[in-house]
Write a protein that binds this ligand. Structure first.
Ligand code: DX5
Ligand code: ZN
Length: 222
């Protein structure tokens, strides 16, 4: 099943609450929350208190993408802030297996992300343990970049391996997703699409969300 996760990084932060509620009304399946520490990536975005401040406004699943150097240390903070799914980077300083276990110990879902230059082999050992793999389709750190289609073979490789092992895995793509690239990502095997600019910069977010979903559904190879 295709899921759309709008990234609030492209929203109007002065109205973050309203923007989040708008996403729920527009048919989003999750809300993507990009946490950046200025160390793992050059930018600083927001942290657990900001996420906590909007938790009570919507029942959308909170999809927290940690672009931080030491995710293991902060898992509990983000759980308390209301994260449902916590995705951290394989390239971070934390042990991958231990971080997945820590997230699961709080009854939350765990995702493992890889940057464009990281090979699929880094996450293949965790397909049975993780709930989701995030294949970054841009360099993490900034919204509004162009989709890197050379990451698609990695999506296909991970999907094939999951299929071979009989795992119904969520594969997320993040960066440069629009009505066209949604088709390509789904054709490679991605079923969870993050979209920032495409959704928030449109006067009709509900229309964009449903277009992304139908374009992906028609092309999905799972
Ligand atoms: C990039 C973030 C993305 C970003 C996507 O570091 O992880 O979630 O907000 O933005 P768009 O869809 O505008 O490329
Ligand atoms: Zn993200």
């Amino acid at each position: 099943m295709i899921k759309i996760s709008p990234s609030v990084l492209a929203s109007d932060f002065s109205r973050l609450g309203e923007e989040s509620v708008k996403m729920e009304k527009s048919g989003a399946d999750m809300l993507h929350l990009d946490v950046m520490d200025g160390r793992f990536v050059p930018n600083i975005s927001f942290g657990a208190p900001v996420i906590s401040s909007i938790r009570g406004l919507t029942s959308l699943l909170f999809d927290v993408h940690l672009m931080i150097s030491d995710p293991l240390k902060y898992v509990e903070d983000f759980v308390k802030a209301g994260a449902d799914l916590i995705t951290f980077h394989a390239e971070s300083d934390s042990d991958i297996g231990e971080t997945i276990d820590e997230i699961h110990s709080f009854g939350r879902k765990a995702g493992v992300a890889i940057k464009p230059a990281t090979t699929a082999s880094e996450v293949l050992p965790y397909l049975d343990k993780a709930d989701m793999i995030l294949v970054m389709t841009v360099e993490p750190g900034f919204g509004g970049q162009s989709f890197m289609r050379d990451t698609m073979p990695k999506v296909a490789e991970i999907r094939q391996e999951a299929k071979k092992r009989g795992i119904e895995l969520d594969i997320q793509v993040d960066g440069g997703i629009n009505a066209d690239t949604a088709k390509e990502a789904a054709a490679a095997g991605a079923n969870v699409l993050v979209a920032g600019s495409a959704v928030f910069r449109s006067p009709d977010p509900a229309g964009v969300i449903s277009l992304l979903k139908s374009n992906a559904e028609v092309n999905f190879v799972g």
